[in-house]
Design a protein around this ligand. Structure first.
Ligand code: PEP
Length: 255
């Protein structure tokens, strides 16, 4: 089986001033500097990206944007930030299709697919988020919803692209609620997602792509997710804001 290096990603959402972001990252950097078993990434708000990226240069920390324009490198798109701009500011990755973007800003699978394409074309790794709502799960539609999201959100990609992207399964009912999915639920959905990738892109690409779990991940529960065969890391919101809790998640393999 292809070795998939785990990725632990922190999404800071709309938290932290530039000063607070710098303070956090300066504290985090030495705490995770010898994390060789996984990749570590943080996604600060746009305003702090450049400063944070400058401070982590040469370290093992990757920096991501939380969103990217679906349009071109530049243009009359007020409020948008292009993929090349993120690259220039020091990003290597970008989150696309986070459920908060889908829920509050009308993000569609079609737009997510265009954003993923833009990211790849600019040399960024897109972290493509998918996940069902509570109503969809209770109606027995979780698998169908996630299957549709992942197919349509990767519609612009080839098998070669798939190897470079990261997928993140984040059930909406588990985000910021303290109600984490069980490792069994996560594993079952990750397995389904990999199955969709296999059907669309072939088994080689499907076995290489990393699938993160997200939704109330904490230092106390990360190890049980990481034991599941199709869970290749985590996308962490609340618990990524503090260096102490985030570094404990990074070192999920320690007792
Ligand atoms: C997220 O925002 O991607 C997330 C998973 O948040 P939390 O860890 O706070 O549930």
């Amino acid at each position: 089986m292809t070795h998939r290096k785990p990725l632990i990603a922190g999404n800071w959402k709309m938290y932290k001033s530039v000063a607070a972001a710098v303070a956090t990252v300066l504290e985090l950097k030495p705490l995770v500097s010898n994390a060789n078993h996984c990749e570590v990434l943080i996604a600060p708000p746009f305003t702090a990206i450049k400063t944070v990226a400058d401070r982590v240069e040469g370290s093992n920390l990757f920096v991501a944007g939380q969103d990217v324009a679906a349009e071109g490198a530049e243009g009359a798109f007020t409020g948008e930030v292009g993929a090349e701009m993120l690259r220039e500011a020091g990003c290597t990755h970008v989150i696309v299709g986070h459920s908060e973007r889908r829920q509050f800003y009308g993000e569609t699978d079609e737009r997510v697919a265009r954003k993923a394409r833009r990211a790849l074309d600019a040399g960024l790794i897109p972290i493509i988020c998918i996940g069902e709502t509570l109503a969809e799960r209770e109606a027995g539609q979780a698998e169908a919803v996630v299957e549709r999201q992942i197919k349509e959100s990767t519609a612009t990609l080839t098998a070669e692209d798939l190897i470079r992207i990261v997928a993140a399964y984040e059930p909406v009912w588990a985000i910021g609620t303290g109600r984490a999915a069980t490792p069994e639920i996560a594993q079952a959905m990750h397995h389904n997602v990999r199955g969709v990738f296999e059907n669309v892109f072939g088994s080689e690409a499907a076995s290489s792509v990393r699938i993160l779990y997200g939704g109330s991940v904490k230092p106390e529960n990360i190890a049980e997710y990481m034991r599941e065969p199709d869970v290749d890391g985590a996308l962490v919101g609340g618990a990524s804001l503090q260096p102490d809790s985030f570094s404990k998640i990074v070192f999920y393999n320690r007792d």
